[in-house]
Design a binder for this molecule. Structure first.
Ligand SMILES: *Cc1c(COP(=O)(O)O)cnc(C)c1O
Length: 394
C-alpha cells in the first residue's frame, strides 16, 4: 500500500509538489501517510470553507447519493432547484447555471456577456479585465486573466479582452469602445496576492457601466460564500453586479460552481450553454449544505471576528520581523514580507506542520476554514513566528 503511494510516476507532473502524501483531514487539520498532522491554512485553496470532512456535507452527500446521483442536465432535479433558489435569493440576482469549476462558470459568464452583446449591443463582445486578475485556466479565461507569466503561453490567445490597471477608473473609461460589452473583475484579486478593488472604485465602476450600458461581471469565485465576512464580496461596496460567478467555497471541497445573473441578462437560447455534469444533484446537495451553514445566524460575524484575530496576529509578526502590510478582508488575508522569502517560509512552515501559500515571491496568503478556531489561529501565528525568525534576514 505504502509503496504504491510513494511511486508518483503515473501522476502528471504539473507542479513542484512536496513529497508529502495526504490521506485524511478533519476540520483545520490534515494527516499524511506517515501519520503526521498539519495545520491547514490553505484548505484546498480557499475551498473547504467548513474545514475538512465537515458533518453537514458528509450527511447531505451520503443522503443524496442514496436518493439520486445524476439524472442528466436536460431534466430538473430537486437539489438543482433548491441550490439555484438559495443563491438567487441571497444574492439579489435571479437565475443560476450550476457548473463544475470556476473556470467553467467564468467561461459561461463570458459567453452570456457575448450573447447579450450580440442581441442588445450591436455585436459588442469586448470585455475589459484587470491587470494581474485571475479567472481560470481554460483558453478564454486565461486570456481574460492578467497574469504576466501567461502572456506567451498557448498562443494564439482568445481575442476580445482588454486589460487595465485595478482601481483606475480613468483607464476603464479610456478603454471603452463601441465593441465593449462588459467589465469583469474580482472584488479582491486572490491569486495575484490579495489586492482589493477599493469600495470607491467598485461603486464608480457600477455607475460607469450603468451609464454606458455595459455589464458588470464580478468573479466571486474566491471572495464569495462568506470568505470576506459577508456572503458575497460585493456587499462591502453595496453594489450588485449583473453577472457573478461562484466556485471554491460554494461546494465546500467538492467540484461545484455557479454562473449567476440578473434576469435582464439571461438571454441564452436553447443549446447555447450546457455540460454533462452541470446541475447534478450530488454536488448541488453539498452546495445546499454549505449555504445552510454559512447563513446560520452568527456565522459571518464569527468569520469577521476570526479575521480580526488573524489580522492582529499577523500585524504583531510583521512588526517583530520587519515585514510589511497585512492585506485583505475576513479570512482572505496576505502578509507582505517585503523581500522574496515566501517560498522558503512556506517550505519551512510545512516541515514544522503548517500549510500556508505564497502567491507571490514576497507575500504569504492565509485562507483557513471559515470555522477555524481562535486556538488554531494562535497556533498558526506561533509556528509562523518561529519560521520567520529563522528565514527573515536579521
Ligand atoms: C480559483 C479561481 C478561479 C478558477 O477556478 P477553478 O475552479 O480553478 O477553475 C477563477 N477565478 C478566481 C477569482 C479564482 O480564485
Amino acid at each position: 500500500m505504502i509503496s504504491t503511494m510513494s511511486n508518483t510516476d503515473a501522476v502528471m507532473d504539473i507542479a513542484s509538489r512536496p513529497p508529502t502524501v495526504f490521506v485524511a483531514g478533519q476540520g483545520s487539520w490534515l494527516t499524511d501517510s506517515d501519520g503526521r498532522r498539519y495545520l491547514d491554512f490553505i484548505q484546498g485553496w480557499a475551498v473547504n470553507c467548513l474545514g475538512h470532512s465537515p458533518r453537514p456535507i458528509i450527511e447531505a452527500m451520503a443522503k443524496q447519493a442514496e436518493a439520486l446521483i445524476n439524472c442528466s442536465p436536460a431534466f430538473y432535479n430537486d437539489r438543482m432547484i433548491q441550490l439555484s433558489d438559495m443563491i438567487a435569493g441571497h444574492s439579489g440576482l435571479h437565475q443560476v447555471f450550476l457548473a463544475n469549476s470556476g473556470a467553467e462558470a467564468n467561461e459561461g459568464a463570458i459567453k452570456l456577456a457575448r450573447k447579450w452583446g450580440a442581441k442588445h449591443r450591436d455585436g459588442a463582445y469586448e470585455i475589459i479585465t484587470m491587470d494581474h486578475g485571475f479567472h481560470g485556466r481554460t483558453l478564454a479565461t486565461m486570456a481574460a486573466s492578467g497574469k504576466s507569466q501567461w502572456e506567451q503561453l498557448y498562443e494564439p490567445k482568445v481575442p476580445g479582452f482588454v486589460k487595465v490597471p485595478l482601481n483606475d477608473l480613468a483607464a476603464v473609461e479610456a478603454a471603452i469602445t463601441p465593441r465593449t460589452v462588459a467589465v469583469m473583475l474580482e472584488p479582491i484579486q486572490g491569486e495575484a496576492g490579495v489586492f482589493e478593488a477599493t469600495i470607491p472604485f467598485l461603486r464608480s465602476l457600477r455607475a460607469l457601466t450603468r451609464d454606458k450600458g455595459l455589464l458588470l461581471i464580478l468573479d466571486e469565485i474566491q471572495t464569495g460564500i462568506g470568505r470576506t465576512g459577508r456572503l458575497f464580496g460585493f456587499e462591502h461596496a453595496g453594489t450588485t453586479p449583473d453577472i457573478m460567478t461562484l466556485a471554491k467555497g460554494l461546494g465546500g471541497g467538492v467540484p461545484l460552481a455557479a454562473l449567476v445573473a440578473h434576469r435582464d441578462v439571461c438571454c441564452f437560447d436553447y443549446g447555447d450553454q450546457g455540460g454533462t455534469f452541470c446541475g447534478n444533484p450530488l454536488m448541488a446537495a453539498a452546495g445546499c449544505a454549505v449555504i445552510e451553514q454559512v447563513t446560520q445566524p452568527g456565522f459571518l460575524a464569527r468569520v469577521e471576528q476570526a479575521g480580526g484575530r488573524l489580522t492582529n496576529g499577523l500585524r504583531v509578526l510583521s512588526q517583530r520581523h520587519s515585514c510589511g502590510e497585512v492585506r485583505g478582508l475576513g479570512l482572505l488575508l496576505a502578509l507582505d514580507l517585503k523581500c522574496d522569502t515566501a517560498a522558503a517560509v512556506v517550505e519551512l512552515a510545512r516541515k514544522r506542520g503548517l500549510l500556508i501559500n505564497g502567491p507571490r515571491p514576497d507575500s504569504l496568503r492565509f485562507m483557513p476554514a471559515l470555522t477555524v478556531t481562535d486556538a488554531e489561529i494562535d497556533g498558526m501565528i506561533d509556528i509562523l513566528d518561529t519560521v520567520l525568525s529563522d528565514v527573515m534576514p536579521a
